[in-house]
Each structure stands twice: as structure tokens, then as C-alpha cells.
Design a protein around this ligand. Sequence first.
Ligand SMILES: Nc1ncnc2c1ncn2[C@@H]1O[C@H](COP(=O)(O)OP(=O)(O)OP(=O)(O)O)[C@@H](O)[C@H]1O
Ligand SMILES: [Mg+2]
Length: 320
Amino acid sequence: MLSVEDLRVSFRVYEGMLRVVDGVSFSVRRGERVGLVGETGCGKTTTMKAIMRIQASNATVKGKILFEGKDVLGMTPGNLQRWRRNSVSMVFQDPTSALNPVFTIGDQLREVIRCSQDGGERLDAAKIEKIAERALGDVSLGDSARILANYPFQLSGGMRQRICIAMSVATSRQLLLADEPGTSLDVTIQDQILRLISDLVRDKGLSVVLVTHSLGVVREMTDRVYVMYAGNMVESGLTADLFRNPTHPYTIALMGCVPKLSGKGISQGIAGGMPDYLAPPKGCRFFPRCPEAKDVCRDEKPASREVGPDGHLAACHFRP
Ligand SMILES: Nc1ncnc2c1ncn2[C@@H]1O[C@H](COP(=O)(O)OP(=O)(O)OP(=O)(O)O)[C@@H](O)[C@H]1O
Ligand SMILES: [Mg+2]
């Protein structure tokens, strides 16, 4: 359904060019739940925004993004708008800034429903109201009359995130890009939001790209997973395979960071920090932090190679 090939995103800033996303490739099949994990600042949101073509004005995007064979980066403004209306939607990391503070929830939700009617039948007000109510029901917001009349500041964070999800799924879309849909919320609400997304994905037969820091969430909710480090995909495979047999040194380190109930307190984390995107390492971007690094890692970028069955890939000079 979605295929991203060699995506590169750089940002022009005062000091020069930030080369953030550096040759990322991945794909999503119909009905598949794909996870994208990586630590903060590795370029997850940047990648999702590039797919929606809502990147910042200082960004340059190169590479290929194909949705059902259609070239997204080459779409005319009209086609792009049609594609966003009918095929793809995104739930943002921060539900507060995703809603317009000066319109009521009802105004915004109805507008989304109205605009999704692409030249076809015009919906009358009563029909729109019905769809809006059903959408709120879908995300377990019962008291629809009050919520529709409220402004975003009158709702809690969890409610706002539910509204954003309702907007994403109110009209039939095929692909949902969910960018850390729970991280700005407390843990219990985060769980509810994730369960909600997972139910919607199942009931409506959506494909989803779920962006998250949490390996636990990935394990529970996805069929396949991509691990991203500093703008590179370092490992990918079926979720079960990747957890059974993590292969790239970064993935191994990341899994080592999960606090375990039976473990000995809090883990050490991964020593060092993300590379500077102004002058990223020439070879493997994980090289400065990698316990197994050799000279070749500094000089040459490793290609993705098969390290296991069912398309389990890792980009490391010393794997397989
Ligand atoms: N418009 C911009 N101009 C300059 N740099 C930017 C811009 N947008 C993002 N960046 C930089 O790109 C890098 C990746 O940011 P991004 O938001 O994609 O990270 P992320 O993986 O989503 O992190 P998090 O998990 O914290 O959400 C960061 O270093 C960020 O500072
Ligand atoms: Mg992000």
C-alpha cells in the first residue's frame, strides 16, 4: 500500500544543513500494523510529516513515496488534497496543538466530515451530525452534545487526543499514521488510546504506522517493526522475530534499556548521544556509541542485509 524508498529530509538552518532523515526505506501492506521505534530526535515525526507532505518550510525532501503506486511527492496540489481527504490521515504527537483553539470541536469535526466528501454526494446537516456522533461514539466519548459545543481548552488531554483520532477515522481512510498517540498523556489514558486505535484498526480494516518510543507497545500492537537510529533504518522484521532475535547493536542496546520487573533497578541507558545532524558520521551513524565498532564503521555506511527469515534485515557491517 505504502512504499517509501530512500527518503531523505534535510532542514536549512542558520548554521547550515541538518541532514536528518538519511536514506530511509520502508513499506506498509494493506491491513498491516507497522511499528516505527527509535529514541527521541531520530526523525520519526519528520518521516511521517514527509509522507503527508506537511513538512516545515525549511525542509527539503528527496526520494520516493508511493501510495498504491501513485507518486506522492509528484502529486499536484489538487491530487494531494484528494489523497489526504480520502486515503491517509495522521494523529499527531501533541493533541493540544493539533486542534484549532478558536473553533468548537463540533465546528472542526463537521468541517472534516464535510471536506471529506470529494465532489460526490453533498451531505446535509443532519447526516453530518450523525457521522459526527458516530465518530465520537467510536472513540468512546459518550456525551456528544456537550463535547461538540466545547472548545478544545474545555476538554482534558485524553479527550482531545480522542477527538483527533475521531477526526482521523470519521470518514473512511485506508492508512493511519499515528505519531506517539499517547505519549503526552498519563499512562492509563495512554493505554486506553492505544487500545482504541488497535480496535479501530481491526474493525475498520485500516493499515497503521504506529510511531512510539515504547518497545512494549510495539510488541503488543504491531505485526512488523522498523527500528530507526539518527535518520537511518537500522533493523526491520516481523515483530516476533525482532524480539526473539534482535540483531543490530542498537536494537540490542535499546532492548537492554527496558526496565524489567525482575531486573536490577534502572538500566544504564545507551552511553553517548545522537550525532550532530549538521555533520553526521560518514559511515554508520551509530558508530560513536557502538560497543562493537571497528574502523570500517567510521568510513563506510553499512547496507541493509538479510539476517533472518521473513525479511529480517539489519544494517551492520558485522551482521549476519
Ligand atoms: N523545521 C525544522 N528545522 C530544523 N530542524 C528540525 C525541524 N524539524 C525537526 N528538526 C530536527 O530534526 C530532528 C528529528 O526530529 P523529529 O521531530 O523527527 O524527531 P522524533 O524522532 O519525532 O522525536 P520524538 O520521539 O522526540 O518525537 C531533530 O533533531 C529536530 O531538531
Ligand atoms: Mg516525534
